[in-house]
Design a protein. Sequence first.
Length: 122
Amino acid sequence: MAGHRVGRTSEDIKREITAIVRELKDPRISGKMLTVLRVDVSNDLSFVKVYISALEGIDEAKVAVEGLKSATGRIRGELGRRLHLRKTPEIKFIADDSVEHGMKIFKMLDDIKGGVDSEDRS
């Protein structure tokens, strides 16, 4: 039964952090296409790892994570107000390049498909 609560809380935290990040005014964060990819919550709901990706690439994601780290207190406070948790978890932001990696794989597959299609037409 506890697994359901952790999963549900994880989705709630992901949704709220996404909304909070869009409201932040830090120049390292605002104006960037940031995505909260995944939220890992510990079993006792005291720690959260938030994986952030930027459409511009891993370097921009790292800059955004630095901005998010400096705003962690504000984000955590707002998260506590919105979710009404007994104890608001400690948040750790991590830059993730899986979207960029996925786009590279997609492009490679598309190039392979294009090569196969051109051979079929000959």
